[in-house]
Write a protein that binds this ligand. Sequence first.
Ligand SMILES: NC(=O)c1ccc[n+]([C@@H]2O[C@H](COP(=O)([O-])OP(=O)(O)OC[C@H]3O[C@@H](n4cnc5c(N)ncnc54)[C@H](O)[C@@H]3O)[C@@H](O)[C@H]2O)c1
Length: 334
Amino acid sequence: MKKLRVANIGLKFGMSHIEGALSYGAEIAAICDCNEDNLRFAGERYSIPSDKWHTDYMDIVNDDSIDIVTVAVPDQLHIKMSCDLLRSGKNVLCEKPLALTRQDISDIIKAADESSSKFMVGQICRFTPAFEEAKKIIDAGTIGEIYFAESEYAHDYMDLVDTWRSDPDRHGVIGGGCHAVDLLRWLVGDPEEVFAYGMHKLLPSVEYDDATIAVMKFGNNKAGKVFVSTGCKRDYTMRTVIYGTKGTIICDNTSPTMTLFETDENGRTKEAETIKVELNNHNAAKEFDVFADAILNNKPVITDAREGAKTVEVCLSIIESSKTGKIVRPNYNF
Ligand SMILES: NC(=O)c1ccc[n+]([C@@H]2O[C@H](COP(=O)([O-])OP(=O)(O)OC[C@H]3O[C@@H](n4cnc5c(N)ncnc54)[C@H](O)[C@@H]3O)[C@@H](O)[C@H]2O)c1
């Protein structure tokens, strides 16, 4: 089988994409970072010849020998780079969040629709072992019908306030909260209505709220809740609880175990079962495998541009509700 030629743009978190591509057996054909120290560090670490190091991503756009490009630059740059890469015929795996605005959403959907290449947004929580296991349990019907689910993204950004992460357009609900929103969409479905409150106590120099709580109504008598805190005083967590008519799942991306409650034949709750799961918060290897499989075997990409857009649309609706005090109905007509 042809060895896939991969280029990686943005080499901090983006180093995990290099690891994912290497574990698949792909060739790292080029790397790019506008920061020469980061470029050199990654180039030397992965023994990539220095003539394959670039500071301008247009060198990657213009290299027709490359099959896949991973994009892990600040969120504000995702759309322009991804659109340029798609137009040059590259398959693109872009970091979350897909976009920051509705204009960005329409630009990337147009570029993806007009391209014969594949596009994937890296909603990596869909490959986190605990969340994959939760999805399997739900799909098997073990916990019955879901009536409520909650997820959270609680991460302390205190040391990141002087970076692109504090740009007002890069609200914490989109930047980090998109993980929890995407997880609920994947496990429960698309919310029809959202209502949110924002709080601002932890990161005073950042313009956007540093904590937001959103409740949401799904179809078929189901509700959900997402909590996002970008200044919380605790370890990173995405604790997620799914309540069904026949059982309950409690899981997290930062815990090596998850808890499953099931009911007996009389509907009474049995003793909790503790399930061990691999602790792999950023499963870049599985993410790359899934994308490579979609490309080589012409399969649909599950987290394509429209799927990434739906998650961003819910995040934008949450932010709008927290500002206006009104219920917002996400508009999924892309
Ligand atoms: N999936 C996850 O859980 C997860 C975790 C962390 C970060 N991320 C995402 O990954 C992306 C990168 O995050 P990070 O933490 O590595 O940020 P970072 O700021 O630490 O690193 C960004 C890198 O991109 C480079 N860069 C910036 N502008 C560039 C340009 N125009 N051309 C080439 N290189 C450029 C920078 O020099 C830097 O090396 C973001 O979109 C972020 O949201 C995702």
